[in-house]
Ligand binder design. Structure first.
Ligand SMILES: [Mg+2]
Length: 221
C-alpha cells in the first residue's frame, strides 16, 4: 500500500468500478444491447444474446463486433444502449470524499460513452472530480484490453505509467496496464467474464470496496 502514495495518475474504469455491480445498471445496458442486435439484425432475442456473447468474446465489446460485421452506426448504438434507468444509483458521499482527497490527476477510462459517464457520475455526485474521461470514441472504437487505447490515453494526458494505477472490474483489462508499467487493482466480483484471469500476476491489488481502498491510501502519511 505504501507505494501507492507515489501515485500521480489514477485511471478508473466506469461501469461496475465507480459503482457496484449490485446496482444492476450494467445489466440494463446489457439487455439494451441484446434488443439493439435483435432489432437491427431482425433475429429473436435468444439469437441476439448468442451473437452478443460471441462478439463480446471475440471483439471485447459488442459494439466492436457490430461495427466489424454489420457496419452499424456506432453513435446510434451508444445512445441506445446507455439510455437506461439510473434510479438505483445513489449518491456516494464516501467515494466523493475519498476522490476529493486523492492527490494527483484522475481519469475515467471506459469502453462506454462520455454521455453515459456523465449520467452515471452525476448520479453518484462525483462528476466534477475527474480531470478527463477517455471513452470508446477517443479510443477510435478499439476497446480495452487492446493495448492501443492504453497507449492513447497515456499520450493524451501525458501520463507516466510508473506513477499510475488502473482500477477495473474486468481482470483481463489490467494486463496491458501492467505490461506498460502501471500498478493494477481489480474490483473483486463473481461475474465469470470479469473474474477470469483474476489470479494472474499482472494484478497488484484486489479490492472489496473502492472507497475503503482509497481511504486507506489517503490516510497514509
Ligand atoms: Mg467495468
Amino acid at each position: 500500500m505504501k507505494e501507492l502514495k507515489q501515485i500521480k495518475y489514477w485511471l478508473f474504469d466506469l461501469d461496475n468500478t465507480l459503482y457496484s455491480g449490485d446496482t444492476k445498471v450494467f445489466d440494463q445496458v446489457d439487455k439494451k444491447m441484446t434488443s439493439f442486435i435483435s432489432d437491427k439484425l431482425n433475429v429473436t432475442v435468444e439469437a441476439a444474446k448468442k451473437i452478443q456473447k460471441n462478439y463480446f468474446h471475440e471483439y471485447n465489446t459488442t459494439l466492436n463486433g457490430m461495427i466489424k460485421n454489420h457496419k452499424i452506426d456506432a453513435q446510434e448504438f451508444l445512445e441506445f444502449v446507455h439510455d437506461v434507468d439510473l434510479e438505483f444509483l445513489k449518491e456516494d458521499t464516501k467515494l466523493q470524499n475519498e476522490l476529493t482527497n486523492l492527490k494527483g490527476k484522475k481519469f475515467i477510462f471506459t469502453n462506454g460513452s462520455k454521455a453515459h459517464a456523465a449520467n452515471v457520475t452525476k448520479k453518484i455526485g462525483i462528476q466534477n472530480l475527474f480531470d478527463g474521461v477517455f471513452d470508446i470514441v477517443d479510443a477510435n472504437f478499439v476497446p480495452k484490453p487492446s493495448v492501443v487505447p492504453y497507449k492513447k490515453i497515456i499520450e493524451k494526458y501525458r501520463i507516466d505509467p510508473k506513477y499510475c494505477i488502473f482500477i477495473e472490474d474486468i481482470a483481463r483489462n489490467l494486463k496491458p496496464a501492467n505490461a506498460l508499467g502501471m500498478k493494477t487493482a481489480w474490483i473483486k466480483n463473481n461475474e465469470p467474464w470479469a473474474a477470469e484471469f483474476s489470479n494472474e500476476s499482472f494484478i497488484d491489488y484486489k479490492i472489496d470496496n473502492l472507497s475503503e481502498f482509497l481511504r486507506r491510501i489517503n490516510e497514509q502519511k
